[in-house]
Design a protein around this ligand. Structure first.
Ligand code: ZN
Ligand code: ZN
Ligand code: ZN
Length: 169
């Protein structure tokens, strides 16, 4: 990531094996620390979510798991996803009804996302509180009680911007 500030997800030539490896390592350490069981299934689901930086649906995860284990049932996938979501290892992309791996796992945070509408890749926005403060301020001003903040920004990543667009007929 030397030549740009773009998040790894938007840099096609990054070492993605390392992303997967780091995600699994972090998950393992986190579960150990918290006394949670990082079962084979939970690990496999996390690996599958991290297969790339694109959101993956529970349905696609199940399809993938069934290739490996014919009797994989939907509830097992949902339970594994719930578990991973609760401890912030994966996030749900509401607009896609699908999941991505967390890029800063282990710390509790509100997640915000940039989603490329061409390559479908997602990057997590690291917000030092500015967006949160702006929302909180606006909510206070209008007497609104915030229960959750979903910020999903659609656009075109740097890599896709630099590619020539297929001409439209
Ligand atoms: Zn990666
Ligand atoms: Zn996150
Ligand atoms: Zn893109």
């Amino acid at each position: 990531m030397s030549r740009s500030q773009a998040p790894a997800s938007f840099v096609p030539e990054h070492d993605h094996q390392r992303c997967i490896h780091d995600a699994i390592d972090t998950a393992q350490a986190l579960c150990e620390r918290e006394g949670l069981r990082f079962t084979g299934l939970r690990k496999r689901v996390l690996e599958l979510v991290w297969a790339n930086h694109e959101p993956v649906s529970a349905y696609d995860l199940l399809k993938e798991l069934r290739r490996e284990k014919e009797n994989a049932e939907p509830p097992t996938v949902y339970r594994a996803l719930d578990f991973l979501q609760q401890i912030n290892l994966v996030h749900r992309i509401e607009s896609r009804n699908a999941y991505v791996g967390c890029e800063q796992p282990g710390e509790s945070h509100v997640s915000r996302f940039m989603i490329c509408s061409r390559c479908n890749k997602v990057a997590e926005l690291v917000d030092e509180g500015r967006i949160h403060d702006a929302i909180a301020e606006e909510a206070a001003r209008t007497g609104f009680r915030v229960e959750s903040e979903t910020v999903e920004i659609l656009g075109i990543c740097r890599t896709c911007q630099s590619k020539r667009q297929p001409s439209r007929a």
